[in-house]
Design a protein around this ligand. Structure first.
Ligand code: G3P
Length: 212
């Protein structure tokens, strides 16, 4: 499974650039940085040699296509993130036909994921955490999408988004998701286990008794 980082923060990306295969941003993450969108995206593309998702703001097909083309001109790594609406899927089809990669975002059902795949999306982003927040089964959605895509060999990659904790990351891998996009703090947690810390402490303590 590929690992992306879900942030627009340059320090976080710089710290994790050795590990991650790509980056996803969204308007809320970009707004936290108080810098021009274009500058942030261009800088991210220099740090990580992999797909970098940049989201459009327009809601009409022609607006999304125009924004998408403009963003795609910044760097070859840019993937255009488009919300899961009917107008959005028309934009995905147009951009795909022009060789521009897309990431369909705000996906909350397997039917939406199928529509995205039918329109040629490169990535589909189901938001597991936001489903869990309303008492639905976020990871259950990943299992459904995996099954639908495998029945018909859709090439669209499942990019698990709205990841909130390390269990989401593990379940993504167990369910055969192609990618998980993970916030910085959750990535850090995935390295840790209290028994590892205890084990290191015990080895170091015992080492003190070894004659030098
Ligand atoms: O980038 C989209 C997604 O990962 C957002 O996550 O935590 O705002 O639901 P969250």
């Amino acid at each position: 499974m590929k690992l992306f980082i879900d942030t627009a923060n340059i320090s976080e990306i710089r710290d994790m650039a050795w590990l991650v295969d790509g980056v996803t941003t969204n308007p809320s993450l970009v707004a936290k940085e108080s810098r021009p969108f274009r500058d942030i995206i261009a800088e991210i593309c220099e740090l990580v040699d992999g797909p970098v998702s940049a989201e459009v703001i327009g809601l009409k097909t022609d607006e999304m296509v125009a924004e998408g083309k403009e963003l795609a001109s910044i760097h070859d790594n840019i993937v255009i993130k488009i919300p899961m609406t009917e107008s959005g899927m028309k934009a995905v089809q147009i951009l795909t036909n022009e060789g521009i990669r897309t990431n369909v975002t705000l996906v909350f059902s397997a039917n939406q994921a199928m529509m995205a795949a039918k329109c040629g999306a490169t990535f589909v982003s189901p938001f597991v955490g936001r489903l869990d927040d309303i008492g639905a089964d976020g990871m259950g959605l990943i299992a459904e999408i995996r099954e639908c895509y495998e029945n018909y060999v859709f090439p669209t990659e499942i990019l698990v988004a709205s990841v909130r904790h390390p269990r989401h990351l593990l379940d993504s891998a167990l369910m055969g998701a192609d990618i998980a996009t993970v916030p910085y703090d959750v990535l850090k947690k995935a390295f840790n286990h209290p028994l590892t810390d205890l084990g290191i402490q015990r080895f170091l303590k015992d080492w003190e008794g070894v004659p030098r």
